[in-house]
Design a protein around this ligand. Sequence first.
Ligand code: PHE
Length: 448
Amino acid sequence: MKQRENFGSKLGIIMATAGSALGLGNIYRFPCEAGANGGGAFLIVYLAVALLVGTTLMLSEFIIGRRSHSNPIGAFRVLEGKKNGWMSIGWLGVVCAFLILAFYTTVAGWTLGYLGKAAANHFAGNDLAQIQEQFAAFTTHPWLPVVCQLAFLALTAIVVARGVKDGIEKWSKILMPLLLVIMVVLCVKSLTMPGAAEGMRFFFKPDFSKINGHVLISAMGQSFFSLSIGMGALITYGSYIGAKDNMVSSSVSVVLADTLVAVLAGIIIFPAAFSFGIKPEAGASLVFTTLPMVFQQMTGGYFFCLIFFVLLVIATLTSTISLLEVIVATATEELKLSRTKAAVLGSLVTAVIGLLATLSFRTGSPLHINGKIFFDILDSATALYLMPIGGLLIVLFVGWRMKKADAIDELTNGGTLRVGIRKVIYYLIRYMAPVAILVIFISQLVGD
Ligand code: PHE
């Protein structure tokens, strides 16, 4: 059997998976989605889906990954043989990885640009209008965001080319906890701003009449996106999990940490945004204008801002690494390319699609379809369609196609862990998860 790398320790899996999960999905996309979908109403659905469906789907991916020791495409061949349709789940995942990486690196590039701005103290003394203007000028600049995006992709490729253990695990382990600390500091600041209570009410008080098909699918899409599930990233990481590692407790820890960081991001953004008079549905500019405004009003704001953007870049990097890893693991195992070649080729292809996403923010850009910019099309195509479909197929595979004994074998590490709750989890994978995904998916298709 060929030698494959494994994560070094249990903390390694949690940290690497948390590294994949924590990122722009929590700090950028979550506030945008919650803001656009009614705040509290969105949060309630989000919590339910992330905690219940998210955990079971994450485990399903780990089961497939560890059982097959393979990339998402190879995994279904190992488990099912070549001549059947299951391998298409893997293909779907790889396509999804390219598409997500393409638009994700747009915003990743912005974080790099904003790190530069933070270092150069560009926000000092600016009022809200000026900070909003800075964001608009930066994101619609003809080449600056493109250069930042390419730099981010290059950084990702370098880490991924060096391999799983050296690259991915080391980065995640040290810096994720630090991010949490700085976020708590920001929460305290945001909560003490004038008018903060109104933002808290918006975020925490659910108006159930606002829950409709669109809110349901947006919350589900956001939870899949945020947890990196439904597209094979965690099949890939699952394939590096050692035989003795406890996948159940690892998944629960990651889901809780990811949810905590998203909620913290909401507690930072909404009170502050309301305090400054920034609309919760402001979309892309919500986070990138609210945060610099907050820093500007803090004692030691310059340093907090700098450290925050350093950590955000790193949190983002550990997510782009996991996306590129899907592509690289597949290309090295299926096409027998070297890791370096696969990383370079994978990021080149991504760069081409990604440039279009970044440039679609320019006013008058032809990259609009049906009134939506190309960036948003990639975002919705993956989070609202491909990931839920991929997720559904994955839980159906584990719950209905795989032998029950094999799935339980993985959940209990070959019978060495207690079955109890793990059997319940198996039934959640088999019944609850597919029904929940289907109901939400259909509720959105049939309209609000
Ligand atoms: N979960 C990551 C985030 O929240 C994004 C991601 C999606 C990473 C899918 C890998 C796979 O930032």
